[in-house]
Ligand binder design. Structure first.
Ligand code: ADP
Ligand code: MG
Length: 679
């Protein structure tokens, strides 16, 4: 029987009640318990300062003996010994019964660890018959686990110790011997024993190295298999390339990179064996919408419906209007489906989708609700992909019979990371902007020059332009640096007293946000003060200035996204980065923004300067949460990708018996996010 089939409640001393506490931590089996790695380690376990002890609870204290041990014979002839010990925070009395050695074991002025139940009375704290150890003998590294109310660290330790003792004598390691040898990794048994109860710092390091590698390997394999699986399926047949008819009607010539992207997509769609599964990533303003439109056109001409999903209503509506214009010369029906439409309107659109009256549907998440059904969906396109997870993307695709899938992203990601984040997709980069685009002139100022910048903005508005002011409302419980509302109020009263100012922040309802955004689009509002919610691809061609307060608070890629909101029309545009931070690294980072407008260059720089964390922010990528590995460990990531390639070369579907264990782990990984991906 696998330890994964053994419930926690089968451990000695862990009945149903305690097992339920574990299940709150998502641990249901002994196998899962073994994979519940410590959050950190402590030389002594969790030490409580004496002043923070609470009556009736067991605790570990680290204290020095401050009195001599006094021993007396009490009623019944028993020996009672008392001694006081202290730490920086307080004093506690220890009480021992019938232990004649206490006075020789506990030496005056020496430091010990004591573990026992605390009681408190009017004389203060005391501990009766605690276990103790000389501090110098405390060499163990004790694991510290994430806990839930009612579950103590000691309970977890006891459970894990038992679980480890249940490991079978002959253990099959999911990592084949060759891989262990090649990458200098320890066995699973060693890793599990030492990740929980390390013999030494070195053993802990060895254990961690192996488990990190293993986690990355399973993730890489999972993503690659997902991609291969898609390769083995047939799809909607689109043998003819009709895009030329459409492209010639556009008011501009496609850039070389756009043409390239269209060709990649069309080739994918012609391929009879497998559906397209492609990511097109390109800088803001690089013209991804036209590529998507060409794909839609080709799909419709080949006899299928196309769906185009955007993360916000504003964006969906914008795409709807653009595509209507682009297709005005063709006999193609375009529909819009967004959450704020009335039910009867939505029903009508949905009906037209089912009976095939609508050829191209554009919408938001409304497209992936159960109520939305298609007659014959041939391609599923997702815009600003980083706003959706793997799951939502595949939900849209599931609306058809293995349709072609295209995702668009304006967040350029360095290749090494793209391989992981988008491991299941082919990638095309649009690395060229339409001609005549003036790069956004970017400058760095400190707050002393803010007034000057505001005067400049007024000038631009007087010339008919519009402008964005972004102030990061710091999330995650940090104090707001410049809260958007106060700041907007301040601007309305002073610098922009005579100009229409709008405000946009994350806590507003979607409807209210859309209303503000619409009045900015229509020009009613000249200045939009906002937190980062304008990040997503809105297109207001008349906006010419982007001022970013506390610019040092953003990652480069995020700043680049924000800057992409301006410079979308014929007007010369500016980006003003405001920061008083004089840290050398920060200045270097911000000066990258002033130096280049190339998103790929900026992404590489961001990776170098800040590590990959920013690219994985907020789990927007839809990947499963990592247990022990961390994406900043690029060496391990690279090694595991290499190993994954090697393994899939030997056995493309992992069916080889050598990889049975890995196959099981990959299955387990995807269970949570893509049901049955490997069935
Ligand atoms: P993004 O890649 O950010 O989605 P869009 O598709 O919104 O970019 O395009 C930005 C702007 O550039 C749009 O106004 C679009 O009409 C225009 N555009 C796209 N391709 C070209 C081109 N080849 N030549 C000139 N303008 C173009
Ligand atoms: Mg776009």
């Amino acid at each position: 029987m696998s330890l994964y089939d053994m419930p926690v409640s089968s451990l000695k001393g862990f009945g149903k009640t305690r097992a339920e506490l574990f299940s709150k931590l998502n641990i249901n089996s002994v196998g899962e318990l073994l994979r519940f790695y410590p959050r950190s380690y402590s030389q002594w376990g969790d030490v409580t300062p004496i002043a923070e002890l609470s009556n009736g609870e067991k605790a570990l204290i680290k204290a020095t003996v401050v009195t001599a041990v006094s021993t007396a014979r009490i009623k019944g002839g028993r020996l009672l010994s008392k001694v006081q010990v202290a730490d920086d925070s307080g004093v506690i009395e220890l009480v021992f019964f019938n232990n004649k050695y206490i006075s020789s074991l506990l030496k005056f002025d020496e430091e010990y660890c004591f573990y026992g139940k605390v009681s408190r009375d009017i004389y203060g704290f005391s501990m009766t018959a605690p276990e103790f150890k000389k501090l110098s003998d405390m060499t163990d590294i004790t694991p510290v686990y994430n806990l839930t109310h009612g579950l103590t660290n000691r309970m977890v330790i006891t459970a894990v110790k038992q679980a480890l003792s249940l490991l079978p004598d002959v253990m099959t390691d999911p990592l084949p011997y060759d891989i262990l040898k090649q990458y200098d990794l320890c066995t699973l048994r060693f890793a599990l024993n030492n990740i929980h109860f390390p013999d030494s710092e070195q053993s802990l390091e060895k254990a961690r190295k192996r488990l990190v590698f293993e986690e990355f390997l399973v993730l890489s394999l999972g993503l690659k298999l997902l991609k291969n699986r898609k390769l083995t399926q047939t799809s909607c047949k689109m043998p003819v390339d009709y895009t030329k008819d459409f492209i010639t009607t556009l008011p501009y010539e496609l850039t070389g990179a756009q043409k390239h992207a269209v060709t990649d997509c069309i080739n994918d769609m012609k391929n009879k064996k497998s559906p397209m599964n492609r990511l097109v990533q390109g800088d803001v303003g690089s013209g991804k919408t036209a590529v998507a439109a060409a794909v839609c056109y080709n799909c419709v001409k080949n006899g299928y419906q196309a769906a185009f999903m955007a993360p916000t209503e504003i964006l969906a509506t914008q795409h709807f209007e653009n595509l209507q214009k682009m297709f005005s010369d063709f006999d193609i029906n375009i529909g819009l489906l967004v959450g704020s439409m009335t039910k009867s309107k939505k029903d009508k659109v949905r009906e037209k989708l089912v009976n095939g009256e609508i050829d191209i549907i554009i919408g938001t998440h409304a497209l992936i609700t159960d109520a939305t059904k298609f007659k014959n969906l041939g391609s599923a396109i997702t815009d600003e992909q980083h706003r959706f997870g793997v799951e939502q993307r595949s939900k849209l695709a599931q609306k058809g019979e293995k349709p072609h899938v295209l995702v668009l992203s304006a967040t350029p990601i360095p290749r090494t990371l793209a391989l992981i984040i988008y491991g299941d997709l082919d990638i095309t980069c649009i690395d060229e902007l339409p001609p005549g685009r003036k790069p956004v002139q970017t400058m760095m100022i400190d707050t002393k020059k803010r007034d000057k910048a505001l005067a400049f903005i007024r000038e631009e508005i007087d010339n008919g332009r519009q402008c964005y002011v972004v102030c990061p409302l710091v999330e995650d419980g940090e104090l707001p640096l410049e809260s958007a509302e106060n700041y907007a109020a301040e601007l309305m009263l002073n610098a922009f007293a005579h100009y229409p100012v709008g405000i946009l922040h994350g806590k507003m309802k979607a409807k209210d946000k859309d209303a503000v955004m619409n009045s900015f689009s229509s020009g009613e509002i000249s200045i939009l003060v906002s937190t980062t919610v304008i990040e997503v691809g809105v297109d207001v061609k008349n906006a010419s200035v982007m001022m970013i307060e506390n610019a040092d608070r953003f990652g480069l890629s995020q700043l680049h996204q924000l800057r992409g909101r301006v410079g979308r029309g014929e007007h010369k545009s500016y980006c003003i980065l405001v920061s008083d931070n004089k840290n050398e690294d920060t200045l270097k980072r911000l000066s990258t923004m002033c130096r280049t407008n190339n998103g790929f260059e900026i992404a590489d720089e961001d990776l170098k300067l800040r590590g990959p964390g920013d690219f994985f922010g907020n789990r927007q990528h839809g990947l499963p949460q990592l247990n022990i590995a961390d994406f900043s460990d690029m060496d391990s990531l690279r090694a595991s990708q290499q190993a994954a390639n090697f393994i899939l070369n030997v056995s493309p579907d992992l069916s080889n018996d050598n990889f049975k264990g890995l196959r099981g782990m990959v299955k387990l990984l995807w269970k949570s996010i893509d049901n049955g991906a490997l069935n």
